[in-house]
Design a protein around this ligand. Structure first.
Ligand SMILES: *Cc1c(COP(=O)(O)O)cnc(C)c1O
Length: 461
């Protein structure tokens, strides 16, 4: 990492503004209480800095907005589709390109064909919607992250990698015929946005060839991953970010993308394939649920903006700013003494709330306490990724906690400036003064599934 700390100047200027409402702590105390201490239930107008997710929350460029006006809304064979198809073919090297309205639509189509009772899917980490779409078909989804990735403070370059030995053992144990696909999630979202090395992807390709298996790349942050490959992996220093992405995507048999991330658009998705027969089956399902094969649930203007976004995202100035600005928040938090998952990934900073608030017992949700404190002190919205989200219950109804009590600060693309991030850092000074607190929250209401979205809490003590 560079020792010289220069101002992180955004490589863009502002042409249109979206005002932010400044609230007082008194107002926020009332608002968060009314929302049952759940930030998913707070209105966006009442949020000052929104770090809930990086999905679909980015800002489009003037070129993309100009592209919106050029959108060709013809039902079949529109110019906007032809342009998108050209851009994505060039990026992936794959012959079959299917547009979808989101990443999960591409997943549903692909995994409903590859899945089914008895099938096993193996991944470095299945994203929630990936797992849900696989399990919905009756198949099983198994995560195989290397053991070293589970240590939140160990400084390793590619903590998002798939564990190859474990993968091979699972293939042998279950028999290659029962494996639906091997899925490489790039970067590894659920494992802290950590990157995957080209070496790991190449080795996985070889293994898939050896056993005749399909390799799927879930690559919605492929540009961010390329940044890490160029700067951390030997032999890629002189390649462009786009060349690195092209090389990695071409290793796969299929590519699934939520365009709401590195597509730099607010909605959209892609499914691309090499195999003709599989592509035909996927197209048939696409028509049933998404739309005709040349729009797949997207407006012409959405496809126009996406084809421009997929080119802008590989711009060296943009990617440097993107990865450095996430790193800026993470490094400064660490310097202040806030325990963060290390090294910092591409799209988010993860805070270890269990370590930050050591006196709040796990069953009083230290992560939820931090989420609420950040909203109360600064109007900052983020999400708990700990026992509220992943905790289970034993037969007696007692909490079986998650592995870690994390809180995620996700950074929308091209939305906030360094001064917004400096403001977030300032709010953490107040948070650090509250380190000694001993009481957290209890759940007052929870739905049967995915409770973090709609649960309501009560403040204890
Ligand atoms: C966001 C995401 C998805 C799902 O995409 P949507 O566009 O939200 O449906 C799938 N995989 C990964 C890794 C993601 O981050």
């Amino acid at each position: 990492m560079s020792t010289k700390q220069r101002t992180l100047t955004e490589p863009f200027k502002i042409k249109m503004v979206e005002p932010l409402r400044v609230t007082t702590e008194e107002e926020r105390t009332r608002i968060i209480k009314e929302a049952g201490y759940n930030t998913f239930l707070v209105h966006s107008d009442d949020v000052f800095i929104d770090l809930l997710t990086d999905s679909g929350t980015g800002a489009m460029s003037d070129h993309q907005w100009a592209g919106i006006m050029l959108g060709d809304e013809s039902y079949a064979g529109s110019n906007s589709w032809l342009r998108l198809e050209r851009v994505v073919k060039e990026l992936t090297g794959m012959p079959h390109i299917l547009p979808t309205h989101q990443g999960r639509a591409a997943e549903r189509i692909l995994y409903s064909i590859l899945g089914g009772v008895g099938k096993i899917f193996i991944s470095n980490t299945h994203f929630d919607t990936t797992r849900a779409n696989i399990e919905y078909t009756g198949a099983t989804a198994i995560d195989v992250l290397p053991e070293s990735s589970l240590h939140t403070e160990e400084d390793l370059p590619f903590k998002g990698n798939i564990d190859l030995e474990h993968t091979e053992a699972l293939i042998r144990e279950n028999g290659p015929d029962n494996i639906g696909a091997i899925i490489l999630t790039v970067t590894n979202n659920s494992a802290g946005g950590q990157p995957v090395s080209m070496e790991n992807a190449l080795a996985l390709r070889e293994m898939c060839d050896k056993y005749g298996l399909l390799m799927v790349i879930d690559g919605c942050r492929i540009a961010e991953n390329s940044y890490f490959v160029k700067h951390r992996e030997k032999g890629y220093e002189n390649k462009t970010y786009k060349e690195i992405a092209q090389q990695m995507l071409n290793l796969g048999d299929a590519f699934v993308m939520s365009a709401k991330k590195d597509g730099l658009v607010n909605i959209g998705g892609l499914l691309t394939l090499k195999n003709d027969d599989l592509a035909m089956k996927c197209r048939n399902l696409l028509i049933i649920s998404e739309g005709f094969t040349t729009y797949g649930g997207l407006a012409g203007r959405d496809m126009e903006a996406l084809s421009i976004g997929l080119e802008e995202v590989f711009d060296a100035d943009y990617l440097t700013y993107r990865i450095r600005s996430t790193g800026y928040l993470g490094e400064h938090l660490r310097n202040k003494g806030v325990p963060v998952v290390w090294p910092i990934g591409g799209h988010a900073v993860y805070i270890d709330a269990g370590k930050l608030y050591p006196n709040i017992p796990v069953h009083e949700f230290p992560g939820q306490a931090l989420v609420c404190d950040l909203y109360l002190k600064g109007g900052i919205r983020c999400v708990e990724v700990g026992s509220v989200m992943f905790g289970k219950k034993d037969a007696a109804g007692n909490l079986i906690p998650a592995a870690n009590e994390l809180v995620r600060l996700a950074i929308p693309r091209r939305v906030y400036t360094q001064s917004h991030i400096d403001y977030v850092l300032d709010v953490f000074d107040d948070i650090l003064e509250m380190r000694g607190q001993t009481r957290g929250y209890k759940i007052a209401y929870e739905p049967p599934f995915l409770r973090h979205f709609t649960a309501r809490f009560e403040k204890l003590g």
